[in-house]
Design a protein around this ligand. Structure first.
Ligand SMILES: C[S@@+](CC[C@H](N)C(=O)[O-])C[C@H]1O[C@@H](n2cnc3c(N)ncnc32)[C@H](O)[C@@H]1O
Length: 274
């Protein structure tokens, strides 16, 4: 059976683009549809978590072009991401079927896949995003968290510092990119304890300094195990957080019943019975 999003086995001269997710764990997370996009492409661009994952991808396709070398300490990541978009769209314009493979989900905390799809569509090319298993999905499984139980907010950690955001401490709080929290240059590969202290100061408006913070690293190679560290919020500055870790704060407060809405629903229930 074919679906509308499955790549065509009959190439046209017109270029096309698919941004697909590789999932987090090598070998086991790649969906059949993502694999099909890879196998039917003329050229593959790869932004993966690990050189080993890239080597594995090269077994699926002879023309895999790594996007990793465009990163450099001191160079703005936005410049790198714009270069990625240019590289991909150039091949689409040249009539190639381009597949760009990103680790995790290509649309989660990833600027280039959304941008290049937008550019390709604006120029009349077929462009598609194929989801993948993200760090978020692994986190729910490994930490036993159901985001539907108390609700769950996700923030890019620096955004939480740079903008006035409202945290709901009755639900889970998931913070991405804590390893580079507070980096406004977009050019650093890591920020230190003093930057995490600013994050702690912001969080301490809604959480006690004793509150548990979970530092989570999901599995990228099948031989690994998830890494889960639990520290008190006050100890976060002194705890190294890598760029492959996500931080979770469990709820700090019980859910507060909304008595006004409950009364209104009571009235509705009574009226519908009557
Ligand atoms: C640029 S985002 C990419 C996310 C990716 N697109 C996804 O779907 O998971 C990078 C952030 O993802 C999270 N991350 C990356 N690898 C991870 C891993 N192995 N375990 C947990 N979180 C990870 C961290 O918060 C990191 O700062």
């Amino acid at each position: 059976m074919t679906t509308s999003s499955e790549p065509s086995a009959h190439p046209t001269a017109r270029g096309s683009l698919a941004c697909v997710g590789m999932g987090m764990t090598l070998g086991s997370h790649l969906t059949p549809l993502a694999r099909s996009h890879i196998e039917h492409a003329d050229v593959i661009f790869a932004a993966l978590s690990d050189g080993v994952v890239e080597m594995w991808l090269r077994r699926l396709h002879p023309d895999v072009r790594s996007l990793q070398p465009y990163y450099a300490e001191g160079k703005s990541r936005m410049k790198t991401y714009r270069q990625w978009v240019d590289l991909m769209i150039t091949e689409v314009r040249a009539g190639k079927r381009v597949c760009a493979v990103f680790y995790g989900h290509p649309g989660i905390f990833a600027w280039s896949p959304h941008k290049v799809i937008e550019v390709a569509r604006a120029e009349g090319f077929e462009a598609h995003m194929e989801p993948g298993i993200s760090a978020e999905d692994c986190l729910y499984a490994d930490l036993g968290i159901d985001p539907g139980r108390f609700g769950c907010q996700h923030f890019e950690a620096s955004q939480l510092l740079l903008y006035e955001r409202r945290i709901d401490s009755t639900g889970y709080l998931v913070l991405w990119q804590v390893g580079i929290v507070g980096d406004r240059s977009l050019a650093r590969l890591h920020t230190g304890p003093e930057y995490r202290q600013v994050l702690v100061d912001v969080l301490s408006r809604d959480y006690s300094l004793d509150h548990e913070v979970i530092i989570y690293r999901g599995v990228t190679l099948p031989i690994d195990k998830p890494r889960v560290r639990r520290v008190a919020l006050r100890d976060l500055p002194g705890t190294e957080v890598t760029t492959q870790e996500t931080v979770v704060l469990p709820p700090a407060m019980p859910l507060k019943p909304n008595l006004i809405v409950r009364e209104r629903l009571d009235e509705l229930d009574k009226a519908s019975v009557a």
